[in-house]
Design a protein around this ligand. Structure first.
Ligand SMILES: O=P(O)(O)OC[C@H]1O[C@@H](O)[C@H](O)[C@@H](O)[C@@H]1O
Length: 300
């Protein structure tokens, strides 16, 4: 059993095995953070936030109840980081979808508590010699997480190779929702999108986005704030330097073919922020790209 505890003035940071937090999970290391404003669980694999529960007790993120937490396998739910490419790799489509950083261990580099009771954690990732076989640009990444009443992520990617590096990525949030039929997403109306359910056909979002059946849409160059309305609750997704918005729910038919979703498809929707498709770019040698995303939930 892994345990290590850091007790700060008003917060606790505890290193645990996933099975101590989630029934049926394995030994994968997770960090449980308890602050005056929230409780959060973060896996070291992928620096993946698995849970964020502000003091109103309402969980923001969905984590599959079918998740088995195996080393090297993508965890279904929370906020996976898709990096150093999003979706299908454009150079080599046979490579693993969404890059390899979500399936590897990151290190916890720093933990700082502020006087106001916020907690900042820094996670680091360094691409390995093995990664260079599939992505021949050495890079490092840093994820700064700020746990407050809101959840803020700052993802910074440094190209440490000597040539321009193609970069696409996403902070792939799975939001816990009360059901799909009453949901609506503001902040994409009027925008063009690529419909991933129709071979990336270009379409236009004429009305407020609602959820019935499979939805897999990519809005490029959008930025701003998206707000997911779920009855009396609203979740806002605000980002900078992550101008692509991806909205995904598999619907019942596709979910049936996804082992770790299945009958649970109506418990979540993904509203992701990143740089992908037309927003993918070349990061010059020695240059950093910093993107940030803040998630906040309010109830009326
Ligand atoms: O099953 P994965 O690799 O985690 O991907 C989940 C989904 O991620 C979304 O971002 C994509 O738009 C979908 O096409 C994809 O199915």
């Amino acid at each position: 059993m892994i345990t290590d505890e850091l007790e700060l003035t008003s917060t606790k940071v505890i290193l645990r095995a996933a099975c101590d937090v989630y029934p049926n999970a394995g030994e994968l290391p997770v960090i449980e953070c308890i602050t005056p404003k929230c409780r959060a669980v973060i896996a070291l694999q992928g620096a993946q936030i698995l849970s964020f529960c502000p003091s109103d007790g309402h969980e923001l993120l969905w984590l599959s109840p079918l998740e088995t937490f195996e080393y090297g396998k993508a965890i279904r739910g929370g906020i996976p980081l898709c990096l150093p490419w999003f979706g299908v790799n454009r150079r080599e489509p046979a490579l693993a979808k969404h890059g390899f950083a979500r399936n590897q261990s990151w290190s916890l580099d720093n933990v700082t508590e502020t006087a106001g009771g916020d907690l900042a954690l820094r996670f680091l990732f360094q691409s390995s010699a093995e990664d260079l076989q599939v992505f021949p640009w050495a890079f490092s990444a840093r994820l700064d997480v700020l746990l407050s009443d809101t959840l803020a992520l700052n993802l910074s990617v440094l190209n440490s190779s000597d040539k321009a590096m193609p970069l696409s990525f996403a902070m792939h949030s799975y939001f816990a929702v009360s059901g799909l039929s009453a949901l609506a997403l503001d902040g994409v109306d009027g925008a063009e999108y690529l419909d991933n359910c129709q071979n990336l056909t270009q379409c236009r979002q004429e009305e407020t986005l609602r959820f019935s059946g499979e939805i897999d849409r990519v809005y490029e160059g959008l930025s701003g704030t998206q707000t997911l309305r779920d009855g009396a609750r609203a979740i806002s997704v605000k980002g900078t330097a992550c101008d692509t918005v991806v909205v995904w729910n598999p619907g019942a038919v596709l979910a049936d073919t996804i082992a770790d979703v299945g009958a649970h498809f109506a418990e979540y929707v993904c509203v992701e922020r990143g740089m992908a498709f037309a927003d993918e770019f070349l990061l010059a040698p020695g240059q950093r790209h910093e993107a940030s995303m803040t998630l906040a939930a309010t109830s009326t």
